[in-house]
Design a protein around this ligand. Structure first.
Ligand code: ATR
Length: 459
């Protein structure tokens, strides 16, 4: 199939690539603004405006490429019978938000397929978007932060970047982004191609902040190499808005989430169902959505950790002896549960704040014995697994001060810290002949496993 996308939009190109559809992008060069003005003057409905613009784009490109299939798309924001364009100035954006705030508008996405200069198929999706009321200060902050990016989007917002602005969404993620990939793949499969395309699934990692997250790149690579139809994105959610934003995203068809700091405990609390391990850990890093929109919270942190440890240190045997775990924070709980599940017979847990370790041990397992932070070196000769779960040794944090000279050289030593790639703690362990596994390896393996796990369980 020779398909041309009559658009230079990076988002639309990305959506097609998520469905593994190869298309050339050609700019249709139509005078969108004047066509819209004349359609409004003719009292055309917002739906007809979107459809006509999509058709103009497809037709223009089809005339020059009659043998190709050409897809034209357009999106219009309709509110109280009027069409909202892209804001041209900051004042436009301010006025647009003032009017949309606290109300429901429609995002209409039109898709038209042309072949041999004739329209062959069309589809219009209507997405109902309800915005939270915004205070004047919130609007000002938004204008300040989001300008000038906002000028490229109808209404001045990008749902995929700021879903927390919405209280309810009835629609589909990709339709909202500007291309109805579900109906398009269906039509292509039935009428045009031998290849069976699948409508992509959408998943996201949620956190605050989230800009640093490597997950979208890693998942993008993983989806591509495994030829999976899907998209994975990172969404920053401001404090206090996790639960309601997750519901909004579910309304838009998001099928799964990874959750990172600071929301792992909140993610567990908002779920309809909790897996036993998430419950034991007291935190979730994965939310799976079923067909009815119900949420299951899981925690795969430990699963990824153990899989990676077995992978990278092939002679590591959990049953071979006790483990020493440094740190009793959020990350530690997942590691402790997974070590016990894997068959480690006993765990010495050492934490700067003794009582925190006591609470964790009491909650998780009688196999955990809490030892003083000052005493940790005394246990090194007795253990076959050592894990640092504290942030010590990370670039910008204090070093992990520990003398490993008494360590059992058959021990496997691992560190959740991965900046630097090999921490001084691991360098020292290696110098005493131990097998070492770096934190980055855990970090690389884990998100793949999370998503794979999620997709396998998803309906
Ligand atoms: P995470 O979810 O990443 O585990 P956390 O819950 O804040 O983050 O836990 C951080 C861990 O690093 C804790 O075990 C913490 O010890 P405390 O419980 O005493 O706070 C440990 N940690 C952080 N800074 C430390 C330091 N300077 N010395 C010793 N331990 C430290």
């Amino acid at each position: 199939m020779d398909l041309i996308l009559a658009s230079q939009s990076k988002t639309r190109q990305h959506i097609l690539s998520c469905a593994r559809i190869i298309a050339k992008a050609v700019s249709p060069q139509i005078d969108e603004e004047n066509i819209t003005i004349s359609l409004i003057a003719e009292k055309a409905s917002p739906r007809d405006i979107a459809d006509t613009l999509a058709e103009h784009k497809a037709k223009k490109v089809s005339v020059k490429n009659p043998l190709s299939w050409v897809l034209g798309c357009d999106q219009v924001l309709a509110f109280e019978g009027k069409v909202f364009g892209k804001p041209k100035t900051q004042e436009d954006l301010r006025q647009s938000l003032i009017r949309l705030s606290g109300k429901t508008h429609r995002l209409i996405t039109a898709n038209v397929l042309y072949h041999n200069t004739e329209p062959m198929w069309r589809h219009i999706s209507v997405n109902h978007m309800s915005m939270h009321p915004m205070t004047a200060t919130e609007i000002e902050t938004y204008v300040e932060k989001q300008w000038p990016d906002a000028q490229y989007s109808a209404g001045g917002y990008y749902f995929e970047k700021t879903p927390h602005l919405f209280s309810e969404v009835r629609g589909n993620w990709f339709d909202i982004m500007g291309l109805s990939i579900g109906p398009i793949t269906e039509y292509l499969n039935q009428h045009i191609t031998e290849t069976v395309f699948k409508a992509p699934k959408i998943a996201a990692v949620l956190g605050h902040p989230i800009a640093h997250s490597k997950s979208p790149r890693m998942h993008g690579h993983w989806l591509k190499t495994n030829k999976i139809s899907g998209s994975y994105t990172a969404i920053d959610i401001p404090p206090g808005l996790l639960s309601q934003t997750v519901q909004v995203l579910i309304g838009a068809g998001v099928m799964g989430f990874n959750v990172t700091l600071p929301y792992k405990e909140d993610a567990l609390a908002l779920a309809d169902y909790q897996t036993p391990r998430a419950k034991a850990i007291g935190a979730a890093n994965t939310l799976i959505i079923d067909l009815k929109g119900k949420i299951t919270a899981d925690n795969t942190d430990g699963y990824g950790f153990i899989t990676n440890l077995k992978d990278k240190s092939s002679d590591w045997l959990p049953q071979a002896g006790p483990a020493l775990v440094l740190g009793a924070g959020g990350a530690s709980r997942a590691i402790l549960v997974s070590l016990i599940e894997a068959g480690v017979p006993k765990i010495y847990l050492s934490n700067r704040t003794h009582q925190r370790a006591k609470d964790v041990a009491l909650q998780l397992s009688p196999l955990i014995e809490v030892i003083d932070w000052e005493d940790k070196e005394r246990y090194l000769s007795m253990v076959t697994t050592v894990v640092n779960t504290t942030s010590l040794g990370m670039i910008g944090k204090p070093p992990l001060e520990i003398d490993l000279s008494s360590i059992n050289s058959k021990a496997t030593v691992t560190d959740l810290v991965y900046t630097p790639l090999e921490t001084p703690f691991l360098v020292q362990a290696r110098s005493f002949g131990c097998s070492v596994v770096g934190g980055l390896e855990c970090c690389f393996t884990k998100p793949f496993l999370d998503l794979k796990h999620g997709l396998e369980r998803a309906p």
